[in-house]
Design a binder for this molecule. Structure first.
Ligand code: ZN
Length: 74
């Protein structure tokens, strides 16, 4: 069988969607934001598995009635 390194961090991307902007991927380990679902997190180096879609981001945006989303990105 294959060898799994237990030292290696493993995480996943959570995909947040915007209405007018590009999608944003958030690392489940360090919560950094990325514009692409890299195989490894560029911030913490975790090996990334599947991407999880987080629809709550949309709900929040709707609740806040975001029109000027320039202020929405950190
Ligand atoms: Zn990370």
């Amino acid at each position: 069988m294959g060898i799994l390194s237990k030292k290696e961090k493993r995480g996943h991307w959570t995909l947040h969607t915007h209405f007018l902007r590009k999608d944003v991927y958030e690392c489940s380990i360090c919560h950094c934001k990325s514009d692409k679902a890299y195989k490894k997190c560029p911030s913490c180096g975790a090996a990334m598995g599947k991407t999880v879609y987080d629809p709550s981001w949309v709900d929040e945006a709707v609740d806040m009635e975001i029109i000027n989303d320039d202020d929405f990105l950190i």
